[in-house]
Design a protein around this ligand. Structure first.
Ligand code: SF4
Ligand code: SF4
Length: 439
């Protein structure tokens, strides 16, 4: 039988071998934690601590400020030293950071554990919100918000995204090998909240050991399937993995819940399990530190707020002269301007690439080869879209479904003219939304 997949896509070098066999290690606690207040999509939470306050590990330091917002918890036990501004690597502007100097080992402020088998849906939903959980695959969308919609529209299926299609990253792979029970527990909790009868864990076939392990662990759950899917980028994009595993299509401009589905990342499901069964809020996450420019690629459990420089040191430091340090994978992750940037809830990896021998080739005019059209997983025409965007024909670009672009970068990757489609699309989307009165 053919391996399940979606139309379009590309096959960049996987580069997983650098770190895929490195077992999870827990990093030492940072001396100082730098906690960006805005770590979730939506409204930033409101700071509820001030310099001089002593805080425990897990104590709330910022409270949600709207429906699409989550609390932020102290990742260490210590003293709030100051609230400073730092350059946010994703939002590209200076934003508030609570600086906490650690005074010792963890003195925990935990929530009461909940037995999910007897708890009600509302109690479990509230716990996910109280624990500050966001999508840990990189999007940082508040997890509880996905389940708010299940109270209005029913979901019959929860999909756990174990594709991990970005080259280099291996943290979800390790979680599926080493935290499989927590992952399944988290999936069962999410299914209960949504009232979903079925769960699927979708895993790319380049992780056969993870597929085997999760199948063995889920063998007693008659309503959970572990599905192997073709290794192809961007298999882990939400709409693509839903189509691959179910043949259901999310309508243009719609959401997965419109077709009865909610999708969460592997790390998110593990965080849900920790929050419900142990009462631990989201103060730590799994991160792959990898790339040809690092001495010892690793998969680590690291406290949120730990400077990237400490992670690089923990992984044996730079191998040669570093060229670029990226937060996340090479296809979609932003390049960091400083390694003093802290790990955030959405940081799935730190990729260190060595300085290239040659200068990158310059951009050339489009040669109309159509390759970008062939690989686009959203069936768009990136070549024409770029031309419309550059001509500032924003309405025409939107008519040609610019807003459906998931910014996967497949078009730019394949383009022989080295055209940076994504940069143009991101800029145009921002300008278009501003012109239409959005943010
Ligand atoms: S970045 Fe957008 S246009 Fe380019 S391949 Fe991905 S979805 Fe298609
Ligand atoms: S891949 Fe590049 S050169 Fe080829 S049609 Fe698309 S934009 Fe033009």
């Amino acid at each position: 039988m053919a391996v399940l997949t979606f139309p379009g896509g590309i096959h960049p070098p996987e580069m997983k071998e650098l770190s895929q066999n490195a077992s999870l290690e827990r990093m030492p606690l940072p001396k100082t934690a730098y906690c960006f207040v805005h770590q979730n999509l939506g409204a930033p939470p409101k700071i509820v601590c001030e310099p001089g306050d002593m805080v425990k590990t897990g104590q709330i330091i910022a409270e949600p400020s709207g429906k699409v917002s989550v609390p932020l918890h102290s990742p260490v036990t210590g003293e709030v030293k100051e609230i400073i501004k730092m350059m946010h690597p994703v939002q590209k502007k200076k934003l508030d950071v609570v600086v906490i100097e650690r005074t010792g080992e963890d003195d925990w402020q935990l929530m009461d554990p909940i037995d999910f088998t007897t708890a009600g849906q509302d109690e479990l939903y509230q716990r996910i919100l109280d624990a500050g959980i966001v999508g840990l695959g990189g999007a940082s969308f508040p997890t509880h918000v996905k389940y708010t919609s299940t109270m209005v529209k029913p979901a019959d299926l929860i999909i756990i995204n174990g594709a991990e299609c970005e080259p280099y990253l291996t943290i979800d792979h390790r979680f599926m090998l080493e935290k499989g029970e927590e992952l399944l527990n988290g999936l069962r909790i999410l299914m209960k909240i949504a009232g979903a009868k079925k769960g699927i864990i979708g895993i790319e076939t380049n992780k056969p050991d993870a597929i085997e392990n999760m199948r063995k662990m889920a063998s007693h759950d008659g309503n959970i399937d572990v599905v192997g899917v073709k290794t192809k980028y961007p298999q882990g994009a939400e709409k693509q993995l839903i189509y691959t595993t179910t043949r259901r299509k999310v309508p243009a401009g719609g959401l997965p819940i419109d077709i009865g589905v909610v999708m969460n990342n592997v790390g998110t499901a593990v965080a849900v399990s920790e929050a419900v069964s142990k009462g631990i809020p989201l103060i730590e996450r799994g991160v792959t530190i990898t790339g040809e420019g690092i001495n010892q690629p690793k998969n680590v459990l690291v406290r949120i707020g730990t400077p990237v420089s400490e992670l690089i040191h923990f992984a044996g430091g730079y191998k040669g002269e570093p060229g670029k340090v990226v937060a996340g994978g090479p296809m979609t992750g932003p390049a960091l301007t400083t390694t003093e940037t802290p790990i955030m809830k959405g940081t799935s990896g730190i990729l260190v690439l060595p300085k290239p021998d040659k200068q990158p080739r310059p951009t050339k005019p489009c040669i109309n080869c159509n390759q970008c059209v062939e690989v686009c997983p959203m069936a768009l025409e990136p070549n024409f879209l770029v031309k419309l965007c550059e001509a500032k024909k924003y309405d025409d670009a939107v008519d040609m479904n610019l807003l459906s672009c998931i910014e996967c970068g497949a078009c730019a990757y394949i383009c022989p003219a080295r055209i940076d489609h994504i940069k143009t699309f991101q800029l145009t989307k921002r300008v278009y939304k501003a012109l239409k009165g959005g943010k």
